[in-house]
Design a protein. Structure first.
Length: 151
């Protein structure tokens, strides 16, 4: 059963998936255009595979996306993946063995690290990057909604 929509969430006119929603960059790089067609000018080129992006609109085969810093535009849907990733927003965030303060530290993640997103509770998410994994406070991540719960 699908999760209920938040008050500020709508559905995409093309996919009927929630808007906004998080995806990741499938390709090693992707052109971000001013509008939803190949005839529109390229404003940005994202060059970080697996970078999390937020989809804010849909038009045909195009998705309006933005990154953690708010930069974005229109990208072809074939450059995007449903695989969930996050960016660590604070420096030297501890990856804990258990989702609780005072738990044993497994590793530390620097700001800007892109990690694969696993399970999330109300306040914690399990992430993995470069062979390290652990629980991180959700407030230290971009690419997951504050109220999002994942199994």
């Amino acid at each position: 059963m699908a999760a209920p929509l938040c008050a500020d969430e709508s559905r995409g006119s093309v996919t009927n998936l929630p808007i906004p929603r998080f995806v990741s960059l499938k390709a090693p790089e992707g052109n971000v255009r001013r509008g939803p067609s190949l005839s529109h000018r390229i404003d940005w080129v994202f060059k970080r595979r697996a970078m999390p992006l937020m989809v804010t609109d849909e038009y045909g085969h195009w998705r309006r996306v933005q990154d953690a810093e708010g930069a974005g535009g229109w990208m072809h849907y074939s450059l995007l993946s449903g695989a969930r990733t996050v960016i660590v927003t604070e420096d030297l965030v501890p990856l804990l063995i258990k989702p609780e303060q005072g738990s044993t530290v497994n590793a530390y993640a620097e700001a800007g690290v892109v990690a694969r997103l696993g399970a999330c509770s109300e306040s914690w998410c399990r992430i993995s990057a470069d062979g390290h994994r652990g629980w991180v406070e959700k407030s230290n991540l971009w690419g997951v909604k504050p109220d999002e719960i994942r199994d």
